[in-house]
Design a protein around this ligand. Structure first.
Ligand code: ADP
Length: 140
């Protein structure tokens, strides 16, 4: 297995409830390391650009509004098979369908306010990491 990096976002519903530490503990609990992290306020332009692949979806504008409704914590997670293992610990998009013990099952409020984002492929991970971080900001 390869050591990978993936982009994670702790979304506004979770920062609002002060869950950053509890969510990071889930990552660290499966040996994913937080190798870069910053708390930022997304602008409408950044959210729109980040979710551009969903521009045609009915939920796109609501999603962009939600993602700018409060601070987010953007982070790079590093570890064995990090992209897939992060998706597993996150759980299904809709918290109602997520497996017990996943972040979205335990903390998600709705299909939109589902507490975390995680890259879904190595191509997305590379693009999404470079969207938020320079190489100098990532220290493994
Ligand atoms: P995931 O984040 O699990 O990869 P998607 O890429 O399909 O899921 O969707 C991106 C984000 O858009 C989701 O995490 C969620 O916040 C939001 N979203 C997805 N589907 C819906 C929906 N049906 N209604 C509202 N928001 C949605």
């Amino acid at each position: 297995m390869a050591i990978e990096r993936t982009l994670s976002i702790i979304k506004p519903d979770a920062t609002r409830r002060n869950l950053t530490g509890q969510i990071n503990a889930r990552f660290e609990g499966i040996d994913l390391r937080v190798v870069a992290q910053k708390r930022i306020q997304l602008t409408a332009e950044m959210a729109g650009q980040f979710y551009a692949e969903h521009a045609e979806r009915a939920f796109y504008l609501d999603l962009c509004e939600f993602m700018t409704s409060g601070p987010v914590v953007v982070q790079v997670l590093e570890g064995e098979n990090a992209i897939l293992r992060n998706r597993e610990i996150m759980g299904a998009t809709n918290p109602t369908n997520a497996e017990d013990g996943t972040i979205r099952k335990d903390f998600g409020e709705s299909v939109e306010a589902n507490s975390v984002h995680g890259s879904d492929s190595s191509e997305s991970a590379a693009r999404e990491i470079s969207f938020y971080f320079s190489e100098l900001e990532i220290v493994g």
